[in-house]
Design a protein around this ligand. Structure first.
Ligand SMILES: NC(=O)c1ccc[n+]([C@@H]2O[C@H](COP(=O)([O-])OP(=O)(O)OC[C@H]3O[C@@H](n4cnc5c(N)ncnc54)[C@H](OP(=O)(O)O)[C@@H]3O)[C@@H](O)[C@H]2O)c1
Length: 305
């Protein structure tokens, strides 16, 4: 059987963090998938995997997407949080409409802070704008709205290993981060099975954790002292700029952080995990999975009580 001819689902943003994990889940379930990539070289990991059909294209050039969209029943819309996210995703929605793709699943986002105003963070504001555009398009739609990814803490791992500190400007607030692998399992099930039209599916992790608790979990698994050091938003912004992040992004993150700090309590919403029979990953399980990144010595399983 030639699986490549049967792909009825498309994953965009396939070379990114979330899209690649969705592709992985679909491969594990032997669901044929078409992967849209801008750079063919980044997709070499799937060469020879029969479930994956790789197509190159750019969502900002909708006319070039018609071969990509032919025969597709459900498309997962993911792109980078960059300064062209709205143009990129709205242009893709236009292309889906022109090609007659029935159902678009929008990979969106929603903060877990109770009372958080999405208008105060550029990317939640823009996700909401794109969601509205998709809803008005006449296509069937479903929005996946994950909270903060647990994987953002992997970016802090090198500094934690060096200093023994988790340095973030988040005061004493709690958040409910979710493992991208959980989101990917949900997205893959939705792509494979369909349904859930006109639904906004919120996804958080299973615990509302303070940063001190997050540091303590990392310390326990990695087996060395780690403490949370609350820094100022300004200090964080300077560090991100020094690391080479673009000013528009640093500014957006500063606004997001200020709004988060106004709303110190976080909700836990596991309804979507339940709908798709996905077991929520705890933060401890996440750190255990990435124990070597966080600097755990050899046999890290012995650190789990
Ligand atoms: N970080 C969080 O905590 C969090 C929480 C909730 C929601 N979100 C949202 O989750 C989404 C996905 O995040 P992620 O970390 O998986 O993103 P990512 O790693 O930056 O990946 C983005 C993907 O989009 C592709 N892309 C960008 N522009 C494109 C275009 N014009 N045409 C085709 N492909 C294009 C990129 O391709 P290249 O590889 O070629 O660049 C890449 O494959 C974002 O929209 C973000 O706002 C993030």
């Amino acid at each position: 059987m030639d699986l490549k001819k049967k792909a009825a689902v498309l994953v965009t943003g396939a070379t990114g963090q979330s899209g690649a994990m969705v592709i992985r889940e679909l491969i594990l379930q032997q669901v044929p998938v078409r992967a849209l990539v801008r750079d063919r070289e980044k997709a070499r990991i799937w060469d020879g995997i029969p479930e994956v059909e790789i197509i190159t294209g750019n969502m900002l050039q909708p006319d070039s997407l018609q071969p990509t969209l032919a025969g597709i029943e459900r498309a997962l819309l993911i792109s980078s949080a960059n300064d062209r996210m709205v143009d990129t995703q709205c242009s893709f929605i236009d292309a889906c409409k022109a090609a007659g793709v029935p159902h678009v699943i929008k990979f969106s986002g929603e903060e877990s802070q109770i009372g958080y105003n999405p208008q105060h963070f550029r990317f939640t504001r823009e996700h909401n704008e794109i969601e509205g555009y998709l809803e008005r398009s006449g296509l069937q739609w479903t929005h996946l709205r994950p909270s903060q990814f647990m994987q953002v803490y992997l970016r802090e791992a090198a500094a934690i290993r060096t200093t023994g500190e988790l340095r973030l400007p988040l005061e004493d607030i709690r958040m409910s981060p979710v493992d991208v692998r959980d989101i990917a399992k949900i997205a893959a099930a939705l792509l494979a099975g369909g349904g859930y039209q006109s639904q906004r599916l919120r996804i958080t992790g299973p615990e509302a954790l303070s940063l001190a608790e997050i540091a303590a979990i990392i310390a326990r698994i990695a087996n060395y002292p780690v403490r949370y050091a609350a820094i100022s938003i300004e200090e964080r912004s300077q560090a991100l700029l020094a690391a080479g992040l673009p000013p528009f992004f640093v500014e957006a993150v500063a606004a997001q952080t200020a709004e988060r700090c106004k709303h110190p309590q976080a909700r836990i919403d596991l309804n979507t995990h339940r709908l798709f029979n996905v077991t929520p990953t705890t933060f401890e399980q996440f750190v255990l999975h990435h124990a070597m990144d966080f600097g755990a010595p050899g046999d890290h399983y012995s650190n789990i009580k």
